[in-house]
Design a protein around this ligand. Structure first.
Ligand code: FAD
Length: 440
């Protein structure tokens, strides 16, 4: 049996590796149009900021590694131009030689990922305007900074990539203004938590402009609403991503309401023997069962593994996401899991909210303020979602909350959790206990 995978970053390589672990006799080929494979996109902002010294640290595996460890053939700089599902073959173009050929499969995995959304702003094609998605993008941005030594940047968009870029450009001694079209930063947070974070950033002197749209980009400034100009000799567009669905769409693979490929719990598309996984698919929210598009590396690895398992005889099934995420911004960690207050109300819940600002550790161990917003269903008392802005220990708390929501915990159970305590790690009553006590 022959497996072909399209795309060799997180999802494609996970699918191929799992299929190999299940079946020794599979022939496995991956086609990747880029030259880099299996890299950590999540580390790219830190490479630009010089915290990660060499790009090789983020691209530790090459095709030779996959050949040796898994007997998988990865062809980089090979673009799949078409799928012929009637004859179970793909059309491939070698981007280095321009040679084209076909290759046939028994099972196909589409792991084509996503690409940056470039908004139609006058001036986006100028050489100092960049998006960050791939290793090549990171090299380009870093090369641009090294060569041109820009002094002032505008970052457009306040998702995690926008903020990670803001921090890393400041690390490079560049003054940054971050511009957000919506009234609040970071769409994963409810407005009250976004305001709390924005206030912290303002106190640090970070220039955040909300409810502002970039209209025009010129060589040394950007023009935002009401004719205001912001000097900028570097512009980073962090305006989201969209799934790569062209190949799939062309052969009638069903596209979901979010615009990404629709798959079932087994990562099967509506066409026989074709699976899909990673940032090109839509998943579903575990609590509401509604389709969502949340392109994250954590989910891409998971869905890739499920696709690889299913096509090689396994029975792993996807159970949906809570949308759990976390990012770092200077000394802060910003995290969320489950439904936001807005999402919970939209889903018809009568919500109860708690705001709980407590230190993560005692003062004598340098405890710092942690703001936990918890959202619960008034009727069933089930915990629905949590958002945290803090400095230390946010990762541990959000993962506990994510686990609680996964298993349907009610708020009265929070106080009774037997959590680890010693002063270097937490307080006698943990901030998680307090959330339960407020909501109970
Ligand atoms: P992709 O990484 O998009 O890979 C798909 C591959 O398919 C691409 O290399 C593409 O070239 C190839 N391809 C597409 N079409 C074709 C074709 N026709 N022929 C051949 N090849 C094709 N996630 C987190 O969970 N946590 C984080 O902290 C985090 N931080 C991030 C920071 C940054 C700056 C970025 C850019 C992403 C971050 N992510 C994070 C997201 C994470 O990197 C992605 O979710 C993950 O890379 C998705 O993997 P994928 O394999 O599905 O898709």
């Amino acid at each position: 049996m022959k497996l072909i995978v399209i795309g060799a970053v997180a999802a494609g390589t996970s699918a191929a590796a799992k299929a190999r672990r299940n079946q020794d006799d599979l022939e496995i080929t991956i086609y990747e149009k880029d030259v880099d494979i299996s890299y950590s996109g999540c580390g790219l902002p830190y490479y630009i900021g010089n915290e990660v010294e060499s790009i090789e640290e983020l691209t530790p595996r090459d095709p030779a590694f996959f050949k040796k460890k898994y007997n998988i053939d990865i062809h980089t700089a090979h673009l799949v131009t078409k799928i012929d599902h009637d004859n179970q073959q793909v059309y491939v173009k070698n981007l280095q030689t321009d040679e084209t050929f076909t290759d046939s499969y028994d099972k196909l995995v589409i792991a084509t990922g996503a690409k940056s959304i470039v908004p139609p702003i006058d001036g986006v094609d100028l050489p100092h305007v960049h998006s960050l998605r791939t290793v090549q993008d990171a090299r380009r941005i870093k090369g641009y900074i090294d060569e041109h030594q820009p002094k002032k940047a505008v970052v457009v968009g306040t998702g995690f990539i926008g903020f990670e870029m803001l921090e890393n450009l400041i690390e490079r001694d560049i003054d940054v203004v971050i511009v957000e079209m919506k009234p609040h930063i970071t769409s994963n947070l409810d407005p009250d938590m976004a305001d709390y974070l924005e206030d912290k950033l303002a106190k640090k002197g970070i220039d955040v402009r909300t409810s502002k749209t970039v209209q025009t980009i010129r060589a040394d400034y950007v023009l935002i609403d009401e004719g205001e100009t912001i000097p900028a000799d570097l512009v980073i567009l962090a305006t989201g991503v969209k799934p790569n669905v062209t190949l799939a769409k062309a052969i009638g693979i069903e596209i979901g309401q979010t615009g990404a490929i629709k798959v079932n719990e087994r990562m099967e598309t509506n066409i026989k023997n074709i699976y899909s996984c990673g940032d090109c698919i839509e998943t579903f929210q575990r609590q509401t069962n509604q389709p969502v598009y949340r392109p994250l590396g954590s989910t891409a690895n998971k869905t890739g593994r499920i696709a690889g398992d299913q096509l090689s005889g396994g029975s792993l099934e996807f159970k949906g996401i809570l949308g759990t995420s976390i990012y770092k911004l200077f000394e802060f960690a910003i995290a969320n899991t489950g439904l936001s207050e807005i999402e919970a109300r939209d889903a018809g819940y009568d919500v109860e909210i708690s705001h709980n600002i407590k230190p993560d550790k005692p003062a004598y161990f340098n405890g710092t303020e942690m703001n936990i917003k918890a959202i619960a269903d008034r009727e069933s008392k089930k915990l629905l979602g949590v958002q945290i802005v803090g400095q230390a220990g946010v990762d541990k708390r959000i993962d506990v909350f994510s686990t609680l929501i996964t298993y349907g915990a009610t708020v009265d159970e929070l106080f009774h959790l037997d959590l680890a305590y010693a002063p270097p790690f937490s307080t006698t009553k943990d901030p998680i206990h307090y959330s339960g006590m407020i909501l109970d």
